[in-house]
Each structure stands twice: as C-alpha cells, then as structure tokens.
Design a protein around this ligand. Structure first.
Ligand code: DX5
Ligand code: ZN
Length: 216
C-alpha cells in the first residue's frame, strides 16, 4: 500500500500561498483547512481563496471543512475543482445528504470525526464517502500533540468498510511527524496530513521525503 502525504497549508506562510504550494509539489494532495470561528475557535480562509488555490495548485486539493452548517456550505467548496472535500460529522444535520451533495460535484467526499466521536458514528455512511478522517488532535490549531488514543478507530473503520463491501481511504490529521507516522500507518491510516512537520522545515521536499520513508 502506498501512503499519501498531504501537507497542511495551515502551517505555511499565508502571505505567499502559491509559492508555498509549489514548494510541496512532491506531495500527493494539498490539505486546506477551512475554519469558521464557530465550529472551531479559529478562523482561516473561505471560498474565494480556496477557489483561487484550486486554480493555481499543480497538486490536487484536499479541503478540510471545520465549519458549522456543513449541509449548507460544503457543496460550494466541493464544486470549485477540488479532489476531495471533507466535512465534520459533528457539524452536519444530515451527513448522508452532505456526502451525496459533495459527490454530485465530481469531488471525492469525506467525513471527519473529532477525537471524542466514536468510529461507529459513521459506520452507516461508509458507502456514501470515499475517505474517513480520524482527527488525532482537537480540530482548530496546528502544532498540537498527537493523540494516539484515536488510532484504534482506524482498525474499526477498516473492518466496518470491509463488512459494508466498500473501499475507503483512511486519513489522520494532527501531530503527524516522522516519529508518529509509523504508528498511524500501522493502525491503518493510508493518507497522512502534516502541517508543522512539513512547513516547519526550510526544505519542504526533504520533509515530505522523511515522512514517506517513516511511513514505509
Ligand atoms: C488542525 C488542522 C490540521 C493542522 C495539523 O485542526 O486540521 O490540518 O494543520 O497541523 P499539525 O500537522 O501541525 O498538527
Ligand atoms: Zn486539517
């Protein structure tokens, strides 16, 4: 299994996003954190910036919506030409419909769960999504400590997906470094988001390469 690396631009220089993205062109996806200061206590970027990033990025975008009322807003983000659009289970009134709306734009659909949300919460959505994001920190900020206690959910999701006869990507986000990546992969993750451990280094390509080696 080859592991996908998705640098999170939350840790990049927001004054020069296009050139920051070009520096991580060896990544599989670019992870874009959208925060609304309601679902999480932080605020980042919105639709006009995401739309422009989708135009200039040579790497497919992986949008992580940490916003309230995903039912209303997620489809607008999905339809600007992104590879994948993730909404939070906790922020959706009708998660099944949100996933369907995202897929209908041609984007992959993904559902995220916070550390306190059990894997079972999304079992009946597994045929409606292409990826599940298991948060390994509380969403909202970069540079937090990795929560290994979230990892057993990956195995539970892998088993439930097999039972449902569907194939999923399993993503982890938060505190992923060359030290924690092996643990996440061993637990079943195949898509690794990394903010500080990529953009915190001057040589971003080397940082991505270190993550790939560590992830095996
Ligand atoms: C946090 C975001 C993450 C964040 C991860 O809520 O969803 O994508 O950028 O940052 P690191 O890799 O520094 O933990
Ligand atoms: Zn994220």
């Amino acid at each position: 299994m080859s592991i996908r690396i998705a640098p999170s631009i939350l840790a990049a220089d927001f004054g020069r996003l296009e050139s920051e993205i070009l520096e991580v062109a060896s990544a599989d996806l670019i992870h874009v954190d959208v925060m609304d200061n309601h679902f999480v206590p932080n605020l980042t970027i919105g639709l006009p910036v995401v739309r422009r990033l989708a135009e200039v990025s040579p790497v497919p975008l992986d949008i992580h919506l940490m916003i309230a009322d995903a039912d209303r807003w997620a489809p607008a983000y999905a339809e600007v030409g992104v590879a994948s659009c993730t909404f939070h289970f906790e922020a959706a009134a009708n998660p099944r419909q949100v996933a369907r709306d995202i897929r209908s734009t041609g984007s992959r659909a993904a559902v995220a769960i916070k550390p306190g949300t059990p894997a079972e919460a999304v079992f009946d959505l597994l045929t409606e999504v292409d990826m599940v994001l298991v948060m390994t920190v509380e969403p909202g900020f970069g540079g937090q400590k990795f929560m290994s206690e979230a990892l057993p959910k990956l195995g539970e999701l892998r088993r439930a997906a097999a039972e449902a006869g569907t194939d999923l990507w399993l993503q982890v986000d938060g505190g992923i470094t060359p030290e924690t990546a092996p643990e996440a992969v061993a637990a079943g993750a195949d898509t690794l988001v990394a903010g500080s451990s990529v953009f915190g280094h001057l040589d971003r390509a080397a940082a991505i390469a270190r993550l790939r080696v560590a992830a095996g």
